[in-house]
Design a protein around this ligand. Structure first.
Ligand code: ADP
Length: 406
């Protein structure tokens, strides 16, 4: 049973890491950025609560982790959990082996920005800690319970059978954690029908029945669905050919526009950050006001659409930076869902302390809760589970071998 788990979330030039010490009661966080450049640095807060900012010119991922763990955490972990965006058809967290690495690599065309960076992180931690168990926890795994009518696109069948073109869904660790924790708070742990709205820089919704994902707003890639910080979410698929034919744009330019220049940023022409937009809107910025309105309307529309998959709606959970902290966005979104019989309590919503869990309905009808997400905690939990399973399997094998040789 690991006493400490190192959680790694690796980007192409950055690593977010967290060390969770026994029972997850204590955490140390670090961020390494600009890796491979002269400006590479690593920031964090040590066990003694000392802020650290270390310049590590041209350091790679391995070096950054070495420095981070020695100078920030001053601790060698017992196990490592990697957040992996795309796990193809894998349905659960897996101990990292060469075969699992091949599966992550094979899913690269489906997550070209994320999976190669995760592989760099795995390579670095394998070199740094060759003896430690390492586990891959996939954003996609929770959604593998979706029925075919939710995950198939209406395109020719061979694109699915030969090229894996289907809806996968993302933010799985967050939707799983929030729906479990939320249903527990509501007194029906992993029972009933719930909607989750994870609203951060990336945003998605999910419909959960008896603890299993049955539909979600993201699809083949994390671009589908809601309006996000810089991502457009749903657009008419013909937009691509319209831009190509009329403006002469190539596919890279279109992808970049839809992923990094759209969403709240594109609509407002001001910022991808919801706080900035709310402040600007209060001062009369019309495009910021419109961006917020489109965000909330499209979110409500997505929740209404996903509710079709639920035999019964027991309630809704808000999470993510926006969902946890903005009473204003929660209220505006719910104003577009009057037919859901939510008995929204403005007073409870407004008085809920930022970043805390709490119920924001008046006690009748489907429940509404704010549930702060804990993706790190969930990854540590899944990592521990996989490591324990591996240890008990190897113990069974050992005792079988002892019986045979006795
Ligand atoms: P990420 O997806 O990068 O993890 P977060 O979950 O931290 O992002 O969410 C970031 C978003 O949360 C930003 O748009 C930020 O403006 C928004 N946010 C944080 N606090 C508030 C707040 N009090 N009111 C409105 N938006 C907020």
């Amino acid at each position: 049973m690991p006493n400490s788990v190192l959680i790694i979330n690796c980007g192409s030039s950055s690593i977010k890491f967290a060390l969770l010490l026994k029972d997850q009661n204590f955490r140390i966080h670090g961020l390494a950025e600009n890796l491979g450049t002269p400006n590479a640095r690593i920031k964090g807060v040590t066990m003694g609560n000392e802020p650290v900012d270390i310049h590590i010119p041209n350091a790679d991922h391995k070096e950054a982790l070495e420095v981070g763990l020695s100078r920030i955490a001053n601790h060698k972990p017992d196990a490592i959990g990697h957040r992996i965006v795309h796990g193809g058809k894998l349905t659960q967290a897996e101990l990292i082996t060469d075969d699992i690495i091949d599966i992550i690599r094979a899913a690269t065309p489906l997550a070209p920005l994320h999976n190669p960076a995760h592989l760099v992180g795995i390579e670095a931690t394998r070199r740094l800690f060759p003896d430690l168990p390492q586990v891959a926890v996939f954003d996609t795994a929770f959604h593998q319970t979706m029925p075919a009518h939710a995950y198939r696109y209406a395109v020719p069948k061979y694109l699915y059978t030969e090229h894996n073109v289907r809806r996968y869904g993302f933010h799985g660790t967050s939707h799983a954690y929030v729906s479990e924790r939320g249903s527990e708070l509501a007194g029906s742990y992993k029972k009933g029908g719930w909607l989750t709205a994870h609203l951060g820089n990336g945003s998605s919704t999910c419909a959960i029945w008896n603890g299993q994902s049955i539909d979600t707003s993201m699809g083949l890639t994390p671009l589908e669905g809601l309006v996000m910080g810089t991502r457009s979410g749903d657009v008419d698929p013909s937009l691509h050919s319209f831009l190509a034919k009329n403006l002469g744009w190539d596919i890279y330019k279109i992808d970049k526009m839809l992923n990094s220049q759209s969403g709240l940023l594109g609509l407002s022409d001001l910022s991808n950050d919801m706080r900035t937009l709310i402040e600007a809107s209060e001062k009369g910025h019309e495009d910021a006001t419109l961006a917020i309105e489109v965000f909330c309307y499209r979110l409500a529309k997505s929740l209404a659409a996903l509710s079709c998959g639920l035999p019964r709606l027991d309630g809704l959970f808000f999470t993510g930076g926006i969902g946890e902290n903005s009473a204003f966005i929660r209220e505006k979104t719910l104003s577009y869902l009057p037919h859901f019989d939510f008995n929204f309590s403005k007073e409870k919503n407004d008085s809920l302390k930022r970043g805390t869990e709490g119920r924001i309905d008046a006690g009748t009808g489907p429940q509404i809760w704010v549930v702060p997400t804990d993706e790190e905690g969930r990854i540590a939990q899944e990592t521990t589970l996989v490591v324990n399973q591996k240890m008990s399997t190897s113990n069974v094998k050992k005792s079988q071998a002892e019986i045979t040789t006795a």
